[in-house]
Every structure is written in C-alpha cells, then in structure tokens.
Design a protein around this ligand. Structure first.
Ligand SMILES: [Zn+2]
Ligand SMILES: [Zn+2]
Length: 469
C-alpha cells in the first residue's frame, strides 16, 4: 500500500499562517480530507490510498491549554466537532501541528498523543479507512503519516502541493542522481526538476496529433511514468502528424496508444510506459487516472473532457487541456479564417472548461449515445435529432506540435517558475497574427465544478464524480 497526500496550495498557505507564528510556539489545526483508493494500480499492481485536502478547521489560541516550542496541548471540543463532520461527510481527519524548532520527524510525544486521538476517531466513527497527521516545520518541510484502524503508523511517502505551482515532497528529492541523458537540461534548471519529473505519473489522454507530440516531449524530458489512453486506430491520413507512427502501423490498423507506447519505449531512457486502448469514460481508465499526478487532455472527445473537467476538481489532479482550430476562409480570398492553438489549465481555482465554453454538451451526449447505443444513435441521426460529428477538420503537424510544446512548457513553468510573468491559466496562440492572448472569463456562479469549492478534493464518492448517470 502506497500512502500519498495532495494539498491544495491555498490550504497549505492557510495552515502555515495558522500553525507558524512569530512567537515560535507549536500550534495545531485540523485538515479535513477526501480520499481516493486504487487497487491493482496500472504502474506496479500495488494499491494507493490518496488523501485530498478539502477544508481546514482552525484551532484558535483560546482552545490551546498550554504550549511551548516543543509541545502543544489543546482542548478537544473542536476535535469532537471534526469527528462529527468526518462521519457525516465521509471525510478523513488530518491532525496538523507545527515543529517550530525544525524537527522533521514525529516525536514520541506525538506518537502517544496522536494515537489517543486516532483511537477516539475509530471508536466514535467506526470504519477501517486510515486517518492521518502532518507536521509543518519552521522552514516549510512537510512530513505526514497515516494511522490505520489498528493504530499502526505508515509513512506518507509522496506529498503533492497543487496550485499556481506544483511542488512535490518525497524522500531523496535532494539526492542528486545525475543521468547523462538529462544532463543538459540539468544545466538549465538544476537537479530538482529532473528528480521531480522522474517521480511523476502523467496520463496523456488522446494519442493523436497533439497527444503523440505531448507524450514524446514528456518521455524525452525524463518523466518517469507515462500512461497513454486512446481507443482510436492509426489511419493513413494520420501519418502526416502522428509522432512515432509508420505506414505499416496504418496498414495493420494498430491502435494509436500501442504504436506510441512502442515508439516511446524504444527511446530507451528509462520511462515506464503503460497504455489503455479505451475511451476515457471507461471504468478502467478512470481507475488508472486516480493513480496519476497530472493529466494532459489531447482529445476532441467532448464527453471525455466533461469527465476530466470534473475529475480535476474532485481528485486534485490538474488537467492540462489543449486544442487547435484551423478554419479555411469561406471566400478563399485569404488562405485561412482561423489558425489558433489553445492551452487551458483545469484545476481548482481556475475557470473550468464548461464555463469557458470549450466543450459542447450536446456533442458529448451524442458521443455517449453513439458508444452506448449505436443503433439508437443511427436512428436519431437519420431523424436529424443529432448534430453528428464534423467532417475531418484541417490539421498540420507544425501547429499541433507547437500546441503540445506550449502545454508541456506550462508544466515545466509550474515546476520551476521559469516564466517571469507567472503561470498561465488559459492561453490562446494566434499563429496567423503572431500573438498570444489570455482572455479572462469568470466562473459561472452556478457552476457546481468551478463556481464553488464543494467538490474540490472530494475524491471517491457514490455515484462516481456525483454524476447521476
Ligand atoms: Zn510534534
Ligand atoms: Zn465552471
């Protein structure tokens, strides 16, 4: 069992303000967490229990009985309130406290004191899922552990902090393992980027023009684990822009995911590749995405993108969505009407794909119908009840690959902060005009996904993603 924790960046900022004060005394706080469970995971057949920060319950100073720089003793009235909330909403409790003196490990006093509190949770709320605790040191080091219902502690060995920047905490982060393959990029960004990339598990959903370019870039950057998801087959008309595909792949009707997986594996720089030849709405894909840290969405599947839009918020897994629009001019006087590439970062705090009108709900319903009831779909199509797919849209490899580069560069930006103007939430490149635009659109107040934080960090629930169907 692998235990991991994902913190929303603004939660960590607030926790630091609550527990690290200038007087240097230890302070506590409670963090309520959603969770996601994955068994038989696609990477090594193991299991992962992932905790997701959901909301903070502060413990004000008047609830602290006594504290010094090395201990804190607090009234448990707020703790009882947290237990009630955890039971009612199926959340886990994370006990947070500071170590102002900088000790990065739990003390013997912590072991004993927290065990009493965890025992209270299990005897009051029942259940067998673990709860957890977190230390924040004065220098910002995070150490966390899970406590199972038999009151045994387990180290949480991977902590993600996701927000405007992506930060990861794990053992060996600062142990430099110089690999010759990545030495030139280490000269640019130092060793920690390479270390982070080697740890990451990244899904590339859609393995066509933008997806094959994205996966290719990720593999050569040194991403340690890449999951490829696509059910489509290679066709001759794809060969002008699919990275890694050959004419024999098209003649044999191989799947895009299989062809790309083989191409990436043959590079031979230690990337672990997994593939699922299915649509993203397939249950096997959903389970695999729960074990990823970041998703690149390179599909024009509306239904799949609506799912990923929700998924990013429920599971705190950022979705870097990209698209391209090429419209020939109708009057043919000019060569092109539109020539644009787009990258949108979907995660809590940003305006979602629905509020940006990037996905089409009607097309999504039709795609679902076509997959689930092909006969009914054809009947509705004959009766002109469905819009139906568009004719093949124009595509050119230089533009699809550039959009992929923009998207992967935004990942590097969020890991290193190399862009002096900050991070991108939504960027449109007008290839024809030579400019980038960043249109601001506020979340729709009624949007259940991005207009409220109710679902952010909710994780597993029934029905999945709180979808009725
Ligand atoms: Zn302590
Ligand atoms: Zn929204």
């Amino acid at each position: 069992m692998r235990y991991t924790l994902t913190l929303q960046e603004h939660h960590l900022t607030e926790l630091k303000q609550l527990v690290l004060k200038p007087d240097g005394y230890e302070r506590p706080a409670i963090l309520m967490c959603g969770f996601s469970e994955a068994s038989n995971d696609i990477w090594d057949g193991g299991s992962e229990m992932r905790f997701l920060s959901k909301e903070i319950i502060p413990i004000p100073d008047n609830q602290i009985n006594s504290h010094t720089s090395a201990m804190v003793n607090w009234d448990t009235a707020i703790f009882r309130k947290a237990m009630k909330r955890a039971k009612e909403n199926n959340l886990r409790i994370c006990l947070v406290h500071s170590h102002p003196e900088g000790h990065e490990q739990f003390s013997e006093i912590d072991d004993k004191h927290e065990k009493e509190l965890f025992e209270m949770i299990y005897s009051r709320n029942g259940g067998i899922l673990p709860n957890l605790s977190l230390i924040i040191t004065c220098s910002g080091v995070l150490t966390a552990r899970a406590c199972t219902s038999n009151l045994v502690y387990h180290q949480i060995d991977f902590i993600r902090v996701m927000g405007s920047r992506y930060n990861f905490y794990y053992k060996g982060k600062y142990t430099v393992i110089a690999k010759e393959e990545f030495s030139r990029q280490q000269l640019a960004f130092g060793p920690s980027l390479n270390a982070d990339l080697s740890k990451l598990r990244i899904a590339v959903v859609g393995n066509g023009a933008t997806g094959s370019a994205t996966a290719h870039l990720l593999a050569r950057l040194g991403v340690g684990q890449i999951l490829l998801v696509d059910k489509d087959l290679v066709e001759r008309s794809n060969l002008s822009r699919l990275h890694g595909a050959t004419s024999s792949d098209a003649d044999l009707g191989k799947s895009k995911a299989a062809v790309l997986a083989k191409f990436l594996a043959n590079i031979g720089i230690g990337c672990r590749i997994r593939k699922i030849e299915e649509w993203v709405v397939n249950a096997q894909v959903r389970d695999a995405l729960k074990t990823c840290d970041i998703i690149f969405s390179c599909t024009d599947d509306n239904s799949g993108r609506i799912l990923m839009n929700r998924f990013a918020h429920f599971f705190l897994v950022p979705v870097i969505d990209m698209g391209i629009v090429i419209d020939p001019a109708k009057d043919r006087k000019e060569q092109l009407e539109t020539l644009q590439g787009r990258v949108t970062i979907v995660q809590p705090g940003n305006t979602c794909l629905l509020c940006r009108n990037i996905v089409n709900r009607q097309l999504a319903r039709e795609e679902d119908l076509k997959r689930n009831d092909p006969v009914g779909y054809l009947r509705q199509k004959e009766e002109a009840y469905v819009i139906g797919e568009n004719n093949p849209s124009p595509a050119v490899i230089t533009f699809t690959s550039e959009v992929a580069t923009m998207a992967v560069n935004e990942l590097i930006n969020r890991l290193t902060g190399f862009k002096t103007n900050g991070v991108e939430k939504h960027i449109i490149r007008f290839f024809d005009k030579g400019i980038d635009r960043r249109p601001h659109i506020s979340p729709d107040e009624d949007c259940p996904i991005c207009g409220s934080d109710e679902y952010w960090g909710r994780g597993d629930m029934t029905p999945f993603l709180d979808q009725i169907n």
